[in-house]
Unconditional design. Structure first.
Length: 425
């Protein structure tokens, strides 16, 4: 969709003309309003770009992100399986800065002063804001004591944040003797990317099938059953990986022994693996929790779905995997991208003192590789319900693959290229 159409769709077009009225905002010092965006992932990078687009460059946008480049979590399981490299899923922030005028500050936020509307950075610098957008992703809960021991987290990896651990996990698989076992532990839902662990099992099995045919993948799932695309994954395991993948539900890891790669369960016998890949319980990124924004079970951030403004703090918006999701809303990269656009349009309106768009509509597609080339997908559409003040699935929308196919593999790679361009180009 072209920018002009998108602005009109979100109702932000009228906001652009009046942004000149915003000169001299409380923290603006006579310039345009200042928005600080924390986190340069699918939600934050999108919000930063679209704030600049929707405001015709009149909103001053600073993106705080410690990494020099964006690395995609979607497609990262292909790196784990040896089918792609980290370079294939890495995109520079240069265009966001040069083409769109977003100011990139490579740093992390240490604290937020909601009253003064400032954020303090790890470097000691302070940034003022009129509106703050947090897209901090997820962090991990300290529910597995053994991972807190020195060196343990460097041996038993999660690789659930794309980057060095993604490549390190593949290196562990390469070093595993043929006949060794890879154990994947999945936490209770909700967690980032519901189909992601089952896709990872496929990618590891695809590597074993060629390089280590005597090895085995064992999935220890804390949930009662496969949480996403069950039939499609079961079919792929039967057709491509019979004898290579074993699925064990109701296996909740409560501790690990990193010295022996042993998983300890709530009700089941211990298991010693060749490579142990443990996904701990997840919650909103640390800065959101530290700032008191994670008000749902001290894990997730509750927001107004029209604006993504936090229900715990004024002028602070939270996006992406960190939020308490609406019914049937996945914690996915595509969904975070939709959050970013909706929030950007709302913030532009709010900075003008105008009502934000009242009918946000999100589309989401999650692709999963079951072989190096064959892919399945699940899609959904979500519309704001004013009566319930939440996003609800549109009846009859979305859909699920009937079977895995190479053509969907091409679609998945095209989706990635397009959404990265939408965020960053």
């Amino acid at each position: 969709m072209k920018r002009r159409q998108f602005v009109q769709t979100l109702g932000a077009g009228s906001a652009v003309a009046g942004l000149g009225l915003l000169a001299g905002c409380a923290t603006g010092g006579g310039a345009g309003p200042k928005v600080v965006v924390v986190g340069g992932g699918y939600g934050g990078a999108t919000a930063a770009k679209y704030l600049r687009l929707f405001s015709e460059g009149r909103v001053d946008v600073t993106l705080v992100e410690p990494n020099a480049n964006f690395v995609s979590c979607p497609l990262s399981n292909l790196v784990v399986g040896g089918h792609k490299t980290l370079a294939d899923i890495t995109v520079s922030y240069d265009q966001l800065q040069r083409k769109h005028g977003v100011k990139l500050v490579r740093d992390t936020v240490e604290s937020i002063d909601a009253d003064k509307r400032t954020v303090k950075l790890a470097s000691g610098a302070t940034l003022p804001y009129d509106r703050l957008i947090l897209s901090p992703g997820v962090d991990f809960m300290p529910t597995i004591p053994g991972l807190a021991k020195p060196g343990a987290a460097d041996k038993i990896l999660h690789a659930w944040k794309a980057g060095p651990q993604t490549a390190a996990l593949h290196d562990q698989l390469k070093a595993l003797p043929d006949g060794g076992t890879y154990a994947l532990s999945i936490p209770l839902a909700p967690y980032r990317c519901p189909p992601g662990p089952y896709e990872r099992a496929c990618m590891v099995a695809s590597y074993f099938k060629v390089a280590k045919p005597k090895s085995k993948v064992i999935i220890f799932d804390a949930n009662d059953d496969i949480t996403s695309k069950k039939g499609l994954f079961l079919k792929a395991w039967d057709e491509h990986y019979k004898g290579l993948i074993e699925y064990r539900p109701k296996h909740k890891v409560v501790d690990v022994d990193a010295a022996t790669n042993t998983l300890k369960f709530e009700f089941n016998d211990d298991f010693k693996a060749g490579v142990a890949n443990v996904l701990p319980d997840m919650r909103a990124g640390a800065i959101a929790v530290k700032s008191g924004l994670a008000t749902a079970n001290a894990r997730w951030c509750e927001v107004d779905f029209l604006t993504f403004e936090s229900k715990a703090a004024k002028n602070i918006h939270v996006l992406g995997d960190a939020i308490q999701i609406a019914p049937a809303m996945p914690k996915s990269g595509h969904m975070a991208n939709q959050h970013g656009k909706t929030c950007a349009a709302a913030v532009v309106s709010l900075l003008m003192g105008q009502q934000p768009p009242q009918n946000p509509l999100y589309a989401n597609t999650c692709y999963s590789f079951v072989t190096a080339k064959d892919v399945v997908h699940v899609a959904s559409v979500h519309r704001y319900d004013a009566a319930q003040k939440t996003m609800l699935s549109v009846p009859g929308s979305g859909g699920l693959s009937s079977a895995a196919s190479e053509i969907e593999g091409a679609y998945a790679l095209g989706w990635a290229r397009n959404i990265w361009a939408d965020m960053l180009a």
